[in-house]
Design a protein around this ligand. Sequence first.
Ligand SMILES: [Zn+2]
Length: 215
Amino acid sequence: MTNHPSVLFELSEAISFIHSRGWCPGTGGNFSVVSSLSPLRLSITPSSVDKESVLPEQFIEVDETGRLLSGSGKPSAETLLHVAIIESRRAGCVLHTHSPWNTALSLACPEDRRSLKIYGLEMLKGLSGVATHQHSETVPILGNSQDMTALSSEVLSVLSEQPECHGFLLRGHGLYTWGADVFEARRHVEIFEFLFETVGRLKSIGAADGFFTYS
Ligand SMILES: [Zn+2]
């Protein structure tokens, strides 16, 4: 019931690429791919592993409670957030990045707003099911917390309230996005990080009107 080595190799390559772009420096971020939905089993990066080079044999196998089933290393506390996303979206792969632009934009969100809305950009079409640049993508922004049980139930409720979203931000922390498989989830990371950097650069030169808003 474990993932095929070629799937783990694909995930390993995706993590190296994401690290090389500066989107998960050091040991930041965590990355998983589902091996079975029922019962839920996933391969995930163990806690405190440098993301520059994660070998396929370094992934650990865990269940829906985050309990270690095989491999060596400690499951990340954030495993429960991966499980919440998989259960809510039937995702096959969940990727979590800590980039400067996603961190900056989540922190720039006014206290009374709960999401970042991005619209009118061609690259939005890289998100699954989006066919036009006129799409408006709402990215929920959740408060950061070390209480992963509480945070995972908040993730479940936000994802059920916003069934169209392709990812969400944790304030001052990072992005969670997902896909049917590693290929799609990796593309979503690239698209979101492009969108965040573009919005951040537009904002920093005072030219953002018409492309994003906090709502
Ligand atoms: Zn994190």
